[in-house]
Design a protein around this ligand. Structure first.
Ligand code: PEP
Ligand code: MG
Length: 311
């Protein structure tokens, strides 16, 4: 009987190498760290620091003016360490501050905030950070101190970037705060069509990862306010236009060796998980309660892909 190598039955075109998709978890408040870590997630795909700041009851500017920059750093460090400790050595992506002006207006010192007609298109995320280097420097100083303490699992993530100018501005600020961008893993959120369409530029600015913030990417792609109940039924993260932006971005990132991830709500949804695994995303970050289901769905999908590839 002649030996027939299994390879002969396989298609001649090489199958795209598909590394296992990691499943991470989103953490909005440090108090949830233990519960989040207990899910067995591969890390934290998004740690929001808004809650740490908003619970101070004062705008960052007011808090720093009254309590000093060091105290502000200490508050952030405490929150971030709580999560980084719980997950160590699993990676924790910490996003720099991203609260719209209307959320700051309710705080002490909020009277100094501009009354914006449309805060979601306004002064938030990296835009505000770059325009307010005094505050951003204190945030970055907190990261620097955390790195100094040996937390090599902490990764810095920039919100609402549009283009490489935003990134270059942020890198300058990082260096000024004593952080060498070459020495740490850091990346950006993909939350605007501009960022998705210019992913090659963003990648050449040296990012290690790009993470889809589908809550915003959907709102800005479809021009559907994510907080407006009149158009809530039109808010669709699986709209073909949104999927097209995501799919193309993943493809380009794979070519360029940049990790991709999702940390918007859609990462917790079955349909999106299947699409993302098929596209070859590096990791999916889900809500605490959804991690287990997403882990199972990822496994199922990866097995189907593997079976299809050898058939
Ligand atoms: C997003 O936009 O999908 C996201 C994760 O950020 P946030 O919800 O905090 O705007
Ligand atoms: Mg967002």
């Amino acid at each position: 009987e002649e030996f027939e190598p299994v390879e002969a039955a396989r298609p001649q075109t090489p199958v795209k190498p598909m590394t296992a998709t990691e499943v991470k978890v989103n953490v909005s408040i440090p108090e949830a760290a233990e519960r989040a870590a207990a899910t067995g997630a591969d890390g934290v795909g998004l740690l929001r620091i808004e809650h740490m700041v908003l619970t101070l009851g004062k705008t960052p500017e007011r808090y720093i003016a009254e309590h000093g920059a060091r105290a502000y750093q200490d508050e952030l460090i405490e929150g971030i360490r709580t999560v980084a400790d719980e997950f160590y050595p699993r990676p924790v992506r910490v996003r720099t501050i991203d609260a719209p002006t209307d959320e700051f207006r309710d705080l002490e010192g909020g009277d100094d905030e501009p009354a914006e007609h449309n805060p979601m298109l306004g002064w938030r995320g990296i835009r505000r950070s770059l325009d307010k280097p005094d505050v951003f420097q204190q945030e970055l100083a907190a990261f620097d101190r955390i790195y100094e303490m040996g937390y090599d699992n902490v990764e810095l993530m920039l919100p609402l970037v549009n283009d490489s100018d935003d990134i270059e501005g942020a890198k300058r600020q990082m260096r000024e705060a004593g952080i060498d961008p070459e020495e740490h893993r850091w990346g950006v959120m993909i939350e605007t069509p501009a960022a998705a369409l210019q992913i090659e530029d963003l990648a050449s600015a040296g990012i290690d990862f790009a993470s889809f913030g589908t809550n915003d990417l959907t709102q800005y792609t479809l021009a559907v306010d994510r907080n407006n109940e009149n158009v809530a039924d039109r808010f669709d993260e699986t709209h073909p236009a949104v999927l097209e932006l995501i799919g193309q971005t993943i493809e380009t990132c794979r070519e360029l060796g940049v990790d991709t991830s999702i940390c918007g709500q859609a990462g917790s949804k079955t349909e999106m998980v299947n699409f993302l695994v098929e596209e070859g995303i590096s990791s999916i970050s889900a809500n605490i309660d959804a991690v287990r289901d997403v882990q199972h769905e990822v496994k199922r999908k990866e097995q189907r892909i593997l079976l299809d590839s050898v058939r």
